[in-house]
Each structure stands twice: as C-alpha cells, then as structure tokens.
Ligand binder design. Structure first.
Ligand code: ADP
Ligand code: MG
Length: 715
C-alpha cells in the first residue's frame, strides 16, 4: 500500500488518550464543577476574614491599589486554597505584546535553611513580580540598560488553577509594565479603556436622568473558530508545525461546496474533544455556551456567554489555550491560524461588544418605552460616529500576516470597515433624520412628539453575514478579528472610540438641554446630525460583492487591504489624540505597538519564505525529479515535457525567492514590510504555484506531503 494511504488509516483511528471525562451525574453537587478552580468571590468570602473580605471588595469597587496588609491576608488565603488544590507553584499570568500569554513559575516552597522547606507566598509576591522579561517585545520602550519590567496583580480578574497530569499551578492574572510605568501588555490599556468608556457613559446617562448609575461596563462575547486535524498530518507538515499554516497544498476536488460538514452532526471524536474542552473551561469559570461545526471541512466554533471586557479577554486566552492543549488528548491538533488552508474558509473570532450599566441595563438594547429608545438611539449614534471617524484604527487592530489571506476573501468581511444596522434600526435612523412620520405598521409606532420613532422590535434574526460591524439585536458584532488573535487591543480600541464619541455627543446634548431644549428634541437633533454627517458608514448590501469597494471609495471609506497598509493608522494623529485624551495609551506606547506589529509581520513573512524554499528544495523538487526519472524509465516520452517544464518553473521560482528573501532593506521598517509583501511574498506564491501544479501530476506514493483532501477529511 502506498505510504500515504497507510497513514490515513492510522490517522482515522483514535481513542481518547488517557483523559476521558467519565460520565457524571449532573444532579449531584459534586458534579457542579463550574468555577471549581477559580479563586472567585465566593471562595474569597468563605476563606477571608469578614473584615478583610469587605475591605477587598471595597478596594476593588474603588479601583484603587491594595495596601500591603490587605494583600498579605489575601495572599495567605489564596496560597492555602491553591495548596489544597494541589498547586505547588504560582505564576503571574500576563499578556505581552506577542499576542499570547506568558508565565514564569515559582515554587511556593522555600528552603528553611535547616534542610526543610516552607510554603511561602506573601502579599509582596502576589502584588508584584519581576519576570526576566527582556525577551518580550517592547517596541523600544525598555532600553537595554533598564531592561526590567514587572508584573502587577489585576485583582479584578480572579486567580485560577491550571492542571497538568503531573501537578497544578496557581495563575495570577497580572499586568505587565516597564519600570518607567509604560504598558508592555494588552491588559493595562484595556482596563484604562473600560474606565474611559464608563466615565463618558455615566456622564451621558445623567442627562437622561439616570443619576443612579455609578459605573458602565463594556462586555465581550467572542465566538472562536478553529480547525481540528489529526496530529499525524500535522507532524508530517513542517509548514504547519513552523508557521501554523500550509504553505503548499492543491485545492481538493471536494471542498466546502456541499455544505455537508456545516449541516452534518458533530463527528464523534470531535464531540468528545469539545466536551472535555468545555469541562476544563467550566472548572476555570469560563461560561461556554455553544458549540457547532463551521463552514469549512474540519472547522468548528465555540462561544461563551459574554462577560466584562477584562475577564472576557482573559477567558478568551484560556479558551485558546485549552482548545490547543486538549486536542492532543484525542490525537488531534487545534489550528488557530487565520488561514491554514488556501482556498478553504479561514477562521475568525467574532467580537460581540456592548455596554451596560451597573443596574443591569444594556445601553444597546432597544427599550420598551419611548424614553429608552431615545437613549438607545443616542448610544447607537455614538457607535456610528465613532466607528466612522476611527475606521482605519479599528481596521489596524485586526491586521496581521494571517489576516491578509482572509479579510476580503469572500469568507470574512472586507478590509473596508462599515456598519450594518438591520432594516428596523436603519428605518428608525432614517425616520428621525427626515423628521417624517414613518409608516405606522401593525405594531404601531411609539409617538415621541415629532418626529416619530418606530417601535424598535429588533430581533437578531436580521443578519448580514458580510458586514464587519453588525448590529445584532442588543450588541455590535465585530467580525473581522482573526482566530488566533488576542482581542485585548480590539476591545481597548472600541471602548476608547466610544468614550470619545459618547463624550462629544453628551457635551452637545448637555448644551442643548441647558439652553432649554427638551430632551427628546435634543436627542433627535443629535441622531439626525449623526445620520447626515456619518451615515455613510452604514452599508446593508453584500460586503463580498465586487461593487462594494467601488461604492465605498465613492463614500470616502478607507480600504486598507493588507497589514502594511493598515498598521500606520495606529500612530496617526487622530489615534494619538484619542488615546492620549483618554489616558489609554501614550504616544510612546502606541509607537511601541506599531513597531512590534510591523516587526512581527516582517519576521513571519521571512519565516514563511524560508520554510517554503526549504520544503520546495528538499521535498517537492526531489519528488518531482523522481517522477521524471520514472517517466524516462517508462519510455513514454510524451509525458516528459510537461513535467520538465514544471520542474524548471519551480526551480527558477525557488532561486528567485531565495534572492528576494536575502535582501533586508534598511530604513523605515514599514518599507521593509511593504517589500516583504510585494517582493518576498509574491516570489513565494510563484514557488507555491509550481509546487501545487506538481502535486496534481507527481505519483501519489512519491508526493512527500499529506494533501488537503486527506488532512481536512480524515476524521
Ligand atoms: P451568532 O453565531 O448567531 O452570532 P452566538 O450565540 O454563537 O450567535 O454568539 C453570540 C455571542 O454574543 C455569544 O458569545 C454571546 O454571549 C454574545 N453576546 C450576547 N449578548 C451580548 C452582549 N450584550 N454583549 C456582548 N456580547 C453578547
Ligand atoms: Mg455571530
């Protein structure tokens, strides 16, 4: 049997690798595992002395720093709890600019000097640590003579325990700061942005008569798409191992056209895997709600119930971590790359975003009475205006090498940022803008004097899957983020944009009210102005169509197609002003991020180019040559010329790729990024073209790589 067929038979077989979760009785209290590995408020209440617990909650509500005695008491309780759970080590768990999380473990146990060891962990260790952080990207913030950074406890995100077959460890969510106080991570700016949007929204709500609201929370519910493939194929593909995506691969005869995967039942191995993932995440307090197949063969989705931005982002990281880790127990590998397979849908992460009050009111939920609708339209207007103004910034938050294969490729929203409101909400805006009495339908419109607002019976069913920023009933869904991305920056940016626009509109509203204009009239004026000034950001048509980019250009909307086009928006004047005004990121912190992201793009394209050249030279070319020898041996000379031509084509392309990739243009890194895209990536694509063509002719048992038709379909 040819080598590859044997491999497929092996790959198709599976047993859960030692870690099956036994069936358990959901009605028994011992089965209630949700949050069992979290140092939650409930655990704190049980374990902390009453006074300490109260003091901690008060400090958290105020958002101030914790003093040492308080931190010491909390640390003591946390340590005891962790030891009981079998944790021998603790780590500050943080989110450097690499886009993933980092940990450095320290043992709880310190030698006593007399040959023994005692468990030591005080407020000092809880609050602050100094990881050897010189190797984390910092975009020039930390010069080498002051290479230290420190991590600082974020008490608003609860500590948790991660388990391993050989032990457990306590993870303390922390922020990562330079010694000069600059944010080196994704958490600090997010926390700052949550404050900013809260302050602005509380101000606005006062004008609507809500004096009782003290705090407004932004929330996120991220839907995560991912691929699962058998680990056998993964390890047979050096490109997957090294770059997370297949650099070669011919489109399979059957892809996702039949939709048989999407609408089929979840394969048994995958379902077993999903159940364990959900079990693990439940212990960590991550509230997973849905699971299903996605469009591409081998593609799936998982989504939690939404949480406040900070915890939601932390939990998103845990979700990715658990997805990857658990896959190996089932002989699978979970791919979180945005585009692991060319010609097959890539994976994204829908960022569902909303803001709500400490009284439990969702500000993006249409109300039942006219006054609530006024408030709702006010906040929606802020979304329109803010996203219009900072569309390029929002685009920049989802820019990465992986995303360049996905955005605008008829499977994900285009690189043009626009908003979909749905027919009802759009009609409401139009009715307000024109001052006309909109059609009095069966449900009747809620009269508000003049003009008249329609009843906003908005259901999430009114969907436009091609829009990057869509209103879906009581939230906006940003569909552009990539599957492997941290959504920290995304939410930081949305929150800060909203803080600015809410503040602008609230100031207008306040002035109108102060000059005696009734509230409803003042709000309708604002809604009308926003619709007239910024309504062009709203687009309900097909975002995948060829006409849309042309229409968008006419409307003056940006279309930053690739990462090098998109990233500069991170440091343009309006961005710097926005972030500095709301103390979310300083100019230096923004520049640092820009530098790091440009650098990451260049590095990744360079790695891909090297890997592609290596595989082409050492695996694909030799296979083609063997095939040529086979033809020569057979004596069927008519077969020779076509393969020879492809071999020559491949060889020439490899040489060109090597030449292009050897050049590292000096000067502005963004020019280097453009060079990588226009020259190096283009040269790689020529190699790929020849290689993929060869895959279609070289003898099956000579072809050195598992094919898409195997990787995606053998389950
Ligand atoms: P769909 O696939 O139809 O968009 P899902 O149910 O898969 O819907 O995902 C919707 C996501 O939006 C879930 O994570 C959900 O918790 C989240 N979500 C719901 N309401 C809000 C809200 N007010 N703010 C933020 N996220 C929300
Ligand atoms: Mg969705």
């Amino acid at each position: 049997m040819p080598h590859l067929r044997q491999t497929n038979v092996t790959a198709a077989q599976w047993t859960a690798n030692g870690s099956t979760i036994a069936e358990y009785d959901l009605t028994s209290p011992s089965s209630q595992i949700f949050g069992s590995n979290v140092f939650s408020v409930d655990v704190q209440r049980q374990r902390l002395p009453k006074a300490v617990f109260k003091e901690l909650q008060a400090a958290l509500a105020k958002g101030g720093a914790l003093d040492r005695p308080l931190a010491d008491s909390v640390a003591l309780a946390m340590k005891e709890w962790a030891l009981e759970k079998g944790a021998s080590h603790y780590t500050h768990w943080f989110q450097p600019l690499t886009g993933s999380t980092a940990e450095k473990h320290d043992s709880f146990f310190s030698p006593t000097g007399s040959g023994g060891a005692i468990a030591e962990f005080s407020g000092k260790e809880l609050i602050q640590a100094e990881p050897d952080a010189s190797s984390f990207p910092n975009g020039g913030i930390r010069s080498t003579f002051e290479a230290r950074g420190y991590t600082a406890w974020d008490p608003t995100s609860p500590a948790f325990i991660l388990e391993n077959p050989n032990g457990a460890y306590l993870c303390i969510p922390t922020a990562f700061v330079s010694f000069t106080g600059e944010a080196l991570d994704a958490k600090i700016p997010l926390l700052r942005s949550m404050d900013a949007v809260s302050t602005a929204a509380v101000h606005a709500l006062k004008l609507f008569g809500h004096d009782d609201v003290k705090r407004v929370f932004s929330s996120v519910g991220p839907e995560q798409e991912y691929f699962l493939i058998d680990e056998q194929y993964y390890f047979e593909r050096p490109d997957l191992v090294t770059t997370g995506r297949t650099l070669f691969g011919r489109k399979p005869p059957k892809g996702q056209e039949l939709d048989d995967h999407y609408f089929g039942s979840i394969p048994e191995r995958v379902l077993a895997y999903m159940m364990e993932v959900e079990h693990e995440l439940a212990k960590l307090g991550v509230p997973i709600k849905t699971r299903h197949n996605e469009v591409a063969p081998g593609q799936f989705e998982i989504a939690p119930i939404y949480e406040n931005s900070n915890i939601g982002v932390d939990h998103q990281h845990l979700c990715m971590q658990v997805l990857k880790k658990t896959a190996r127990n089932y002989g699978l590998v979970c791919l979180l790359h945005e585009k692991p397979f060319a010609g097959v849908n890539g994976s994204g992460k829908h960022n569902n975003w909303s803001i709500g009050t400490d009284q439990g009111d969702n500000l993006l939920s249409p109300g039942k009475v006219p006054s609530e609708n006024l408030r709702f339209l006010f906040f929606c207007s802020a979304v329109l205006k803010g996203i219009k103004k900072h569309q390029e910034l929002l685009r920049a938050t989802v820019a990465s090498a992986g995303q360049d294969h996905r955005l605008g490729a008829n499977e994900a929203p285009p690189a043009i940022i626009s908003i979909f409101l749905g027919a009802d909400l759009e009609a409401a805006f139009k009715a307000v803008a024109s001052g006309s009495k909109a059609d009095e339908g069966e449900n009747g419109f809620l009269g508000l004097g003049t003009p008249v607002l329609p009843p906003l019976a908005l259901d999430g069913g009114d969907r436009n899957r091609t829009s990057p920023f869509a209103f879906t009933g009581n939230k906006f869904e940003f569909r552009a983020p990539g599957s492997g991305q941290s959504i920290g920056l995304v939410n930081t940016v949305i929150n800060t944009i909203m803080a600015e626009t809410i503040e602008i509109l609230a100031t207008e509203l306040e002035a109108a009210i102060n000059s005696g204009t009734p509230l409803d009239e003042a709000v309708t004026t604002i809604v009308r102005n926003v619709w007239e000034g910024d309504g062009e950001i709203v687009f309900s048509g097909d975002g995948y169509s060829e006409e849309w980019p042309i229409e968008a250009a006419k409307r003056g909307l940006a279309n930053n197609k690739t990462t090098p086009d998109a990233l500069p928006a991170l440091v343009k004047d309006s961005t710097i002003e926005l972030f500095e005004t709301y103390n979310v990121l300083s100019k230096r912190e923004l520049e640092a991020r820009y530098e790091v992201f440009v650098e990451q793009y260049i590095t990744l394209l360079n790695i891909e180019a090297e890997m592609a050249a290596l595989m082409a030279k050492t695996a694909i070319l030799p296979a083609a040559l063997k095939h040529l020898a086979l033809i020569k041996e057979s004596g069927v000379t008519s077969l020779e010329a076509p393969i020879l031509e492809l071999i020559e084509q491949l060889n020439a392309a490899i040489t060109k790729l090597d030449e292009k990739n050897a050049i590292h243009p000096a000067g502005d890194p963004i020019d280097h990024a453009v060079y990588m895209r226009d020259e190096v990536y283009a040269a790689y694509m020529e190699v790929r073209e020849a290689a993929d063509a060869l895959e279609g002719v070289v003898a099956d048992d000579l072809w050195p790589l598992p094919r898409y038709s195997e990787i995606l379909f053998v389950k």
